[in-house]
Ligand binder design. Structure first.
Ligand code: AP5
Length: 222
C-alpha cells in the first residue's frame, strides 16, 4: 500500500498513521516530524526551515520534494509507505506523481480526514508532544500546570510553538489556500477517500480500515 493521509492541521493524520503502521507494517513518512528532527539536531536544513514552521507557513516546495525523493528510495519504503504531511501543494503532488512513475509505483489511496475549523483549534490547544519521540498527549489548561513525563521514553512534554492559537489560525488558512486544492486533484484521479475525521479516534480508524480493505478486495478481483 502506498498511502497518503491528508487533512488540515490537527485533523488526526499522525494519530491515524500510528495505527496504519501497525496494520500494514509500512513506515509513516511524516514531513513535519522529519523537519522537527532536523531542528533538534541543529542542522543547516533545520535552521533553514525554522522561520517558516514557526510562522505556520509552508516550507518551499523544492526543498520538500528533494527530501521526499531521497526518503522514498530508502529500503524500508520499498513495500509501501504512508505519507503524512506531503504533498501539501499541487506542485508537490505533481512532483510526487512524477517520482513514483519513475520508480514504477503509484499512490493507491488518499485518506482525507475532514474536520471543522473549530474542532481543529480546540484539539491543537490541548495537544502536548514529547520533545524527543513526538508522542502526542492531550491535557486541559488546568492539567497542563504540572505535566508528566512521556510514557514512551520519559522525555519532556511541551506545546509545539506552532500550536499557539494565532499560528494555528494561520496554518488552517494556509491549508485552505494551498493544500485543499489537492481534494480536487486526487478526486480527479479517483483516489480520494473522504472521511468524517470528527468521529472518535477508534471509529475513524475503523472507517479507514474498512475502506482500505475494500480497495484491496477491488484490486484482488481485477
Ligand atoms: P506537520 O507537523 O505536518 O503539522 P500539521 O499538518 O499541521 O499536522 P499536525 O501534526 O498539527 O496534526 P495531525 O493532523 O497530525 O493531528 P494529530 O494526529 O497530532 O507540519 C508542521 C509544519 O512543517 C508545517 O506548518 C510546515 O511549516 C512544515 N511542513 C511539513 N510538511 C510540509 C510540506 N510538505 N510542505 C511544506 N511545508 C511543510 O491530532 C491532533 C490532536 O487531536 C491530538 O491531540 C490528538 O490526540 C487529537 N485527535 C486526533 N484525532 C482525534 C479524534 N478523532 N477525536 C478527538 N481528538 C483527536
Amino acid at each position: 500500500m502506498n498511502l497518503i493521509i491528508f487533512g488540515a492541521p490537527g485533523a488526526g493524520k499522525g494519530t491515524q498513521s500510528a495505527h496504519l503502521i501497525e496494520i500494514y507494517r509500512i513506515p509513516a513518512i511524516a514531513t513535519g516530524d522529519m523537519l522537527r528532527a532536523q531542528r533538534r539536531a541543529g542542522t543547516a536544513l533545520g535552521d533553514q526551515v525554522k522561520g517558516y514552521m514557526d510562522r505556520g507557513e509552508l516550507v518551499p516546495d523544492q526543498l520538500m520534494i528533494d527530501i521526499i525523493k531521497e526518503r522514498l528510495q530508502k529500503p524500508d519504503a520499498r513495500d509501501g509507505f504512508i505519507l503524512d504531511g506531503f504533498p501539501r501543494t499541487v506542485a508537490q503532488a505533481r512532483a510526487l506523481d512524477e517520482m513514483l512513475t519513475q520508480l514504477g509505483r503509484r499512490i493507491d489511496a488518499v485518506i482525507y480526514l475532514r474536520v471543522s475549523r473549530q474542532v481543529l483549534i480546540d484539539r491543537l490547544s490541548h495537544r502536548y508532544s514529547c520533545r524527543t519521540c513526538e508522542a502526542v498527549y492531550n491535557f486541559t489548561s488546568d492539567q497542563a500546570h504540572s505535566l508528566p513525563r512521556c510514557t514512551v521514553d520519559g522525555g519532556e512534554l511541551y506545546q509545539r510553538p506552532d500550536d499557539k492559537p494565532e499560528i494555528v489560525a494561520n496554518r488552517i488558512d494556509v491549508f485552505l489556500k494551498h493544500t485543499a486544492p489537492l481534494i480536487d486533484y486526487y478526486n480527479a484521479q479517483h483516489k480520494l477517500e473522504n472521511l468524517d475525521g470528527q468521529m472518535l479516534v477508534d471509529d475513524v480508524r475503523g472507517d479507514i480500515a474498512r475502506r482500505l480493505a475494500g480497495l484491496r478486495k477491488g484490486a484482488g478481483s481485477r
